[in-house]
Unconditional design. Structure first.
Length: 503
């Protein structure tokens, strides 16, 4: 990076230097983002892969020891671990698919694959539960199976508990780091496996004690321990099922919607929040908001408010994909001028010098309207007629409307600066001196455009003079200038406060 800056420091064109440096910085940022994304994918896949290997080892050991001892508790745990293996494989596959970027067929990405993976795992857990309960009741009431507790059985179960503790911590850490629901489901699953394995160990210990001390009812502890395992499975399945179904049905995360509304309501210029919708796909959130803005707000201001709303959502959900739809709304405090300008905004035209007079109880509107200079008079008049009709519809209290049609400049006109005319300047300054509000007149410039004379000047006035009075003075001064010098085609007067006199 420093080498690039040294090279750019010797580039003769500074604008080119900044452009190249900006491109370099952008490329470096994109590279860093791509590297971070690839690092995330590699870490998630590694965690899921380790979980698969651990599941293979534990399931194999439990199956061997379960058949050797005849313990239903261990066999139920073996079945549980076998389904754990299937779930771990599904999680590994889902993690590999869910990290793929969005494409033309999957515009919201592939994150839902993780949610579907958790749903499959929930189903597998329930199947395990059904088999365990069936076999436990069968051994308790219909068929006695001899259980032979052994040192190997205890060692395998303790080993299983240690491995489950280790991989639940690893998976939980990666799941929290990257907000992965599939890895989180696995971590939760394996953390509860510790309890179920402990129940099996306790059942084997009670069977062993019953045999040593000849306590017959303790010999039934193994299927009872298996039922406890089934209860744990039901608990885990219910927690996973509730969260998975919510994700698949696009349920909004608890409390997030109210937090977003509270954050967005603080955005300046917002009239109302019509709709807030949130959905989750994998570790990515999508927020869709519809907001109401004053109908005479400009397009640029609307974009600024939308950006502020997006930033407010990101304060609640930092990595969310946010879409903001803004809709124009009438404000209760609108006056007639606002309502006229709202119609102009709807027609995408510029209106200015709007004045409203109350003539014996009837309201009369006068306005200046700018239209494309390439239009013919007929075309311009037709548009004005539609515009005036909409004003009468939206502002029914208006009795009459008079529109001054102006051409909206779209052509750069060639002109020549005229040499200073001391006599004309002196006459104009004398007229300005007759206005007590004008403290000073300066920077008088004259130019000729298409054979017509243009004059501009700066007038200094008091800082606290109302803008309405400033406009009246400008209008009257322009009229007096043209009376004094009829050759003037256009007069432009720039007012300045006394504290900002640019002479």
């Amino acid at each position: 990076m420093e080498g690039a800056r040294r090279i750019l420091a010797h580039t003769p064109n500074p604008h080119l230097s900044r452009g190249v440096l900006t491109s370099y910085n952008s490329a470096m940022s994109s590279t860093a983002a791509a590297y971070g994304s690839e690092s995330m994918r590699a870490e998630k896949r590694a965690a899921a892969g380790i979980s698969v290997l651990a599941a293979i080892a534990i399931a194999s050991l439990k199956v061997g020891v379960g058949f050797a001892t005849g313990s239903l508790g261990i066999l139920s745990e073996a079945a549980h671990s076998g389904l754990d293996l299937v779930a771990a494989v599904v999680t590994l596959l889902s993690v590999r698919v869910s990290d793929k970027p969005a494409d033309a067929d999957h515009q919201y990405g592939h994150g839902k694959v993780e949610n579907f993976s958790a749903f499959i795992e929930t189903g597998l857990l329930l199947l395990t539960c059904i088999w365990i309960v069936y076999e436990a009741f069968r051994r308790l009431f219909f068929r006695h199976v001899h259980v032979e507790p052994s040192v190997a059985a205890f060692l395998v179960m303790f080993f299983s508990m240690i491995v489950d503790f280790w991989r639940s911590r690893v998976l939980g850490k990666i799941a929290a780091k990257y907000d992965s629901q599939a890895l989180e489901a696995d971590a939760l699953h394996f953390s509860t496996d510790i309890c179920s394995s402990g129940a099996v160990v306790l059942g084997l210990a009670l069977v062993l004690l019953g045999r040593i001390y000849r306590i017959d009812w303790l010999l039934s502890a193994d299927p009872i321990a298996a039922l406890f395992v089934a209860g744990v499975v039901v608990y885990v399945s219910w927690r996973l099922a509730r969260r998975t179904i919510d994700a698949l049905l696009d349920a909004a995360p608890t409390g997030v919607r109210s937090k977003i509304i509270a954050a967005v309501q603080r955005v300046d210029g917002l009239l109302e929040i019509e709709r807030v919708r949130i959905r989750r796909a994998g570790n990515r959130y999508f927020a869709d908001l519809s907001i109401g803005l004053a109908r005479n707000v400009t397009f640029q201001r609307s974009e600024q408010v939308s950006d502020a709303v997006t930033a407010a959502v990101h304060r609640v959900l930092p990595d969310a994909d946010v879409v903001v739809h803004s809709a124009p709304r009438a404000v209760r405090s609108e006056n007639i001028f606002d309502r006229v300008r709202a119609v102009a905004t709807r027609h995408n035209v510029n209106v200015h010098d709007v004045s409203v007079q109350d003539l014996h109880g009837s309201l009369h509107v006068e306005q200046h309207l700018e239209l494309d200079e390439s239009l013919t008079l007929k075309e311009a008049h037709d548009r004005v007629s539609v515009f005036e009709a909409e004003i009468r519809h939206d502002v029914p209290e208006v009795s009459s409307i008079l529109t001054h049609i102006e051409s909206e400049p779209a052509t750069i006109e060639p002109g020549d600066e005229v040499a200073r005319d001391a006599n004309l300047e002196k006459r104009l300054k004398a007229i300005a001196a007759q206005f007590r509000e004008i403290l000073d007149m300066h920077d008088v410039q004259m130019k000729r455009v298409r054979g017509r004379l243009y004059v501009s000047c700066h007038c200094t006035m008091s800082d606290d003079l109302p803008l309405s009075r400033v406009h009246d003075i400008q209008t009257e001064l322009e009229t007096r200038f043209k009376q004094e010098a009829p050759e003037l085609f256009r007069v432009l007067i720039h007012p300045e406060p006394r504290t900002d006199n640019r002479r």
